[in-house]
Design a protein around this ligand. Structure first.
Ligand SMILES: [Zn+2]
Length: 169
């Protein structure tokens, strides 16, 4: 395990690595949640709310907004330097090896942990051809969105392989 000096050193600490992200980072948030990370995000939060949520819950604040960092002293923060999704993901994960066993365990919209669902529970929400070929379903307890294995999942994994330079799936 390699460690780096400075602020980022804190990011390699063990634990859940919970985060909160500013409104400019919606796409990054969805990908981090897809990888199983706990990331709070709301496009309705004022900067002050975001900063206080991050501090209160001891979360890393991810932001593209230097002004926000100047106005609110958030000790655990990571200034995201790029507008490009792949570079943003690499920056967040620089000292943090993602765990593929946690991929697809969280709703990308709500951040809630997914729970297993039976074919009967999801039959009205899933296309018939999927019901015929898949049996392993999960859904979000908040928004009820249904998740299953399939091509979108394979595409997501190959994208992650590409940008993270991993080939372990
Ligand atoms: Zn949801």
């Amino acid at each position: 395990m390699h460690r780096m000096v400075g602020d980022n050193d804190l990011m390699s600490d063990a634990g859940d690595f919970a985060m909160a992200a500013d409104v400019m980072l919606g796409r990054l948030v969805r990908w981090l949640r897809l990888m199983g990370f706990d990331v709070l995000y709301s496009n309705r939060w004022e900067d002050a709310v975001l900063a206080s949520v991050a501090a209160r819950e001891n979360r890393w604040l991810l932001t593209r907004d230097r002004d926000l960092l100047r106005r609110y002293a958030v000790r655990k923060h990571l200034f995201i330097t790029s507008d490009v999704l792949g570079a943003q993901l690499r920056q967040v994960l620089a000292n943090r090896t993602p765990d593929p066993r946690r991929y697809f365990t969280r709703c990308v919209r709500c951040n809630d942990r997914l729970v297993p669902a039976s074919s009967e529970e999801v039959c009205s929400l899933v296309p018939v051809h999927i019901l015929r070929t898949e049996s392993d379903f999960h859904h979000c307890p908040r928004c009820r969105r249904v998740y299953w294995h399939g091509t979108h999942r394979e595409q997501a994994l190959s994208y992650l392989d590409e940008i993270l330079g991993t080939h372990q799936h």
